[in-house]
Design a protein around this ligand. Structure first.
Ligand code: ADP
Ligand code: NI
Length: 217
């Protein structure tokens, strides 16, 4: 099967899986991540098929999105086999989507293959900037988080387990605990360039937020 046909089927699969998501992993996130990943893959001369397949599938096995991520991974493998994707490529794609999360990367894990580094960068860029701010507020609202509480100090430099077990998170603390770290964790030069402005936008937002909170402006 031709790669554009395979990608078309993977697109439809991911769209079905994420159609009803209300946690900030909607299919529009996948489309933005795919567009960024495509651009970065071109710059880095990476394999376009592996990059785009991983971008499209990266959230279909997330335990925040599906009830059983092991079962979801089995479904992904089944789909790729059905589409006649080679076992070598299936192994790379499944490795990427199971190892690229922010929490995973806090444990000093080995670097992902280039295509995985690109999808991780694209995923993290979409958590930054104006879109990132919107997604954090949306996620926080969905999970009934408090907007801000100055008595709950943000915790930085967390490891994977500590990050996963964060209790009482506030939307504003999420910026300190995850979003402000992303620009220094990116893998590719192209992503680092885009991240500068997105990071500055988030800092401006937070400065403004804090000034208004304290009746300074
Ligand atoms: P991704 O799809 O980028 O892997 P996540 O699954 O970690 O991201 O979260 C989806 C979105 O919700 C991201 O934009 C992320 O920054 C945001 N988010 C995750 N956890 C929280 C939280 N505790 N409070 C506010 N926003 C969050
Ligand atoms: Ni994602």
């Amino acid at each position: 099967m031709k790669t554009d046909k395979q990608l078309e089927q993977i697109f439809i699969f991911a769209q079905k899986k994420l159609a009803h998501d209300k946690t900030g992993h909607s299919f529009s996130h996948i489309q933005r991540v795919s567009a960024l990943a495509k651009k970065l893959a071109h710059e880095e001369k990476a394999d376009t098929f592996i990059t785009l397949a991983s971008a499209l599938l990266h959230d279909t096995i997330d335990d925040k999105v599906v009830a059983d991520s092991q079962q979801a991974l089995t479904e992904v493998k089944h789909l790729l086999a059905l589409l006649e994707v080679s076992p070598e490529k299936v192994a790379i794609i499944t490795y990427i989507i199971t190892h690229m999360s922010f929490a995973n990367s806090l444990n000093g894990q080995e670097k992902l293959p280039l295509e995985g580094q690109i999808v991780q960068d694209a995923d993290w860029l979409d958590a930054m900037g104006a879109i990132g701010i919107t997604r954090a507020i949306y996620y926080g609202g969905h999970h009934a988080e408090t907007i801000y509480d100055p008595t709950i100090k943000p915790r930085t430099n967390l490891d994977k387990t500590e990050y996963r077990n964060l209790a009482n998170e506030t939307i504003i603390n999420h910026f300190h605990e995850k979003l402000f770290h992303l620009k220094d964790m990116l893998n590719t030069e192209g992503a680092r360039k885009l991240a500068q402005h997105r990071d500055a936008v988030m800092h401006t937002f937070l400065d403004e937020f804090t000034a208004e909170w304290n009746a300074k402006r």
